[in-house]
Design a protein around this ligand. Structure first.
Ligand SMILES: [Zn+2]
Length: 184
């Protein structure tokens, strides 16, 4: 699978490529999705970490351990996709990953690079650009719209807001450049 990935690709491109390879437009059932990758989800009583990836040595398999006490479904799905990111993205090592609560779904610049990459990967996997576009295009972006997206895609509201803004900004940039070329 890794052969078809470009080394210089962004985490978002890896997420899109993965969905395309699995012939999925978006993730519905998260358990069957991770099963396609050789992963299983285990809920565990955890203190101090949100999720972890436990690799099965010598095999392309693993277990995603997830904190049982996470209440929000969107947060749970994000954390699972974050661990999938560590499993799929190149350079994320061959040993186990343990991810802290404050590092999952965080966009602070001071974050470790791999945690940020896993978050970018997870956001695109749960909220694929192509699927979000119809929700924000030709419509005003409001919190109501973001809420609609988070319900539809079972993501957290924060992740949905960020993705909607990202998609809208890209659209604005396209409109601006078109306007620019018309003037020129
Ligand atoms: Zn992580």
């Amino acid at each position: 699978m890794s052969n078809s990935f470009e080394l210089s690709s962004s985490p978002e491109v890896y997420a899109r490529t993965l969905l395309a390879q699995l012939k999925l437009r978006r993730i519905n059932d998260i358990d069957s999705f991770v099963a396609l990758l050789g992963l299983r989800i285990r809920e565990v009583d955890a203190d101090g970490f949100e999720g972890a990836l436990v690799r099965v040595p010598q095999q392309l398999k693993g277990i995603i351990a997830i904190k049982r006490s996470i209440r929000e479904e969107g947060r749970k799905r994000f954390t699972i996709c974050h661990e999938v990111g560590h499993f799929i993205l190149p350079g994320h090592g061959t040993t186990d990953c343990v991810c802290l609560t404050e590092e999952v779904e965080s966009w602070r610049k001071s974050m470790p690079e791999q945690e940020l990459a896993a978050n970018q990967f997870a956001a695109e996997l749960l909220l694929p650009y192509q699927e979000i576009r119809p929700y924000v295009i030709k419509r005003d972006l409001t919190i109501v719209r973001a809420k609609e997206v988070s319900n539809e895609f079972h993501s957290s509201l924060t992740a949905a807001c960020l993705k909607c803004v990202e998609v809208t900004e890209e659209r604005c940039a396209v409109v601006l450049s078109t306007a620019g070329s018309i003037k020129a």
